[in-house]
Design a protein around this ligand. Structure first.
Ligand SMILES: C[S@@+](CC[C@H](N)C(=O)[O-])C[C@H]1O[C@@H](n2cnc3c(N)ncnc32)[C@H](O)[C@@H]1O
Length: 364
């Protein structure tokens, strides 16, 4: 998304257009009426990545249009990004402009911020970063005491203080705390994340028994949903996210959730009866889990066939999707055994054609 594509005055119209195109895509399926969750029209993204462009003595943040990838578009402020990112953008450039070791061959800056005012700034270089850089970066950090800095070059990641932020989300008045690590998956729009979690709690009100959660990330859903269930087992492929999830579960005082590092394809194969249960699943107590509900939040590719077969065995399915095309394909496959009883659109990515959807399915 380019900065010139963000027009808050057009937000409502673009949201309606998204709703219309999602309705059209899903028209062949029997779905209940769509619940719409709108985003804040500006300052909704907690993270943003910018290229850094050097022109003589000047350096500025830049983005590129995919139709013209050679021409940088100068970005001094970025309305989609959090207020904190917008505050930090000019201050950071001003602080490094006259420090050659910090500005030389700097080609990208990534910001990760929280609603609680924390910021992690990653500076990416086309040169090796060394002790001289490290010294200068510590001095820079002294000017931004509330921020955490990381330097990255081809084979080196230099963490000055830490490589994560701590986010707090408020869900139905309760506060949940999450570690979010640099470069690991986190929902970009914190306000919409809170609405997604409230919706998930709402649709699972009548649920009881156990929950199997696949693609659980850092425990974003697992932690608030834990109180609806006796036991929860979450599975996730990324080690960093699994570690965060374990920390987040403990930090939020939740004691009925276990997380296992495993690809969904392997979880499905094991639970579909192809061979013995792997040790990691046994250790988490999967042999005694009897899920009444399964939650899936897959990447854009959606659910593979084995995972569709697995979720089909469970009475209630909560499916969070960032790609309506693959969601539709999976819903068509599940329509022989399940009926969609709730359907929501979350505007996680305003001013883009991307849509986040939630569906709750119950056995026919
Ligand atoms: C859309 S994110 C959702 C994460 C989490 N539910 C949240 O709300 O933050 C998808 C997650 O699936 C994980 N993932 C991707 N491919 C996977 C696979 N084949 N098996 C298991 N997890 C996978 C990613 O690492 C990522 O954490």
């Amino acid at each position: 998304m380019r900065p010139d594509q963000i027009h808050p005055e057009h937000y409502t119209a673009q949201l309606q257009a998204k709703q219309a195109s999602l309705s059209e895509l899903m028209a062949d399926l029997e779905l209940p009426s769509m619940e719409i969750f709108e985003s804040a029209p500006s300052h909704y993204r907690m993270r943003a990545e910018f290229r850094v462009w050097h022109e003589g003595d000047d350096l500025y943040y830049a983005m590129f249009d995919s139709a013209d990838p050679r021409t940088p578009i100068r970005v001094d402020q970025f309305l989609a990004a959090s207020t904190l990112i917008n505050e930090l953008m000019p201050k950071l450039l001003a602080a490094i402009k006259d420090v050659p070791v910090l500005r030389h061959k700097l080609f990208q800056v990534d910001f990760l911020t929280t609603t609680t005012g924390e910021a992690l700034i990653s500076m990416l270089y086309h040169k090796p970063i060394d002790d001289v850089w490290n010294q200068a970066a510590h001095e820079l950090n002294g000017l931004f005491p509330a921020c955490h800095f990381i330097g990255r070059s081809r084979k080196r990641k230099q963490i000055l203080t830490r490589d994560f932020v701590m986010e707090t989300l408020t869900v139905n008045g309760r506060k949940y705390h999450y570690q979010q690590v640099e470069n690991s998956f986190t929902q970009p729009n914190a306000g919409i994340s809170e609405k997604m979690l409230e919706w998930a709690l709402d649709v699972t009100q009548g649920c009881s028994g156990d929950l199997l959660e696949m693609y659980c990330g850092n425990g974003n859903f697992s932690i608030p949903l834990a109180r609806r269930f006796d036991r929860v087992i979450g599975t996730e492929i990324a080690k960093v996210s699994v570690n965060s999830a374990s920390l987040n579960i403990a930090m939020n005082g939740v004691n009925n959730v276990q997380v296992v590092k495993m690809a969904s394809e392997d979880v499905s194969a094991a639970l579909n009866g192809e061979g013995e249960l792997p040790k990691a699943l046994l250790q988490a107590g999967m042999d005694t889990l009897s899920p009444s509900t399964v939650l899936v939040d897959p990447p854009r590719a959606g659910l593979d066939d084995g995972t569709v077969e697995l979720v089909r065995k469970v009475d209630q399915i909560l499916y969070i999707s960032c790609n309506p095309e693959t969601l539709k394909r999976n819903l068509e496959a599940l329509s022989t055994t399940h009926k969609v009883t709730r359907f929501a659109m979350f505007d996680q990515f305003p001013y883009t054609h991307h849509v986040e959807a939630g569906v709750f399915l119950e056995r026919i």
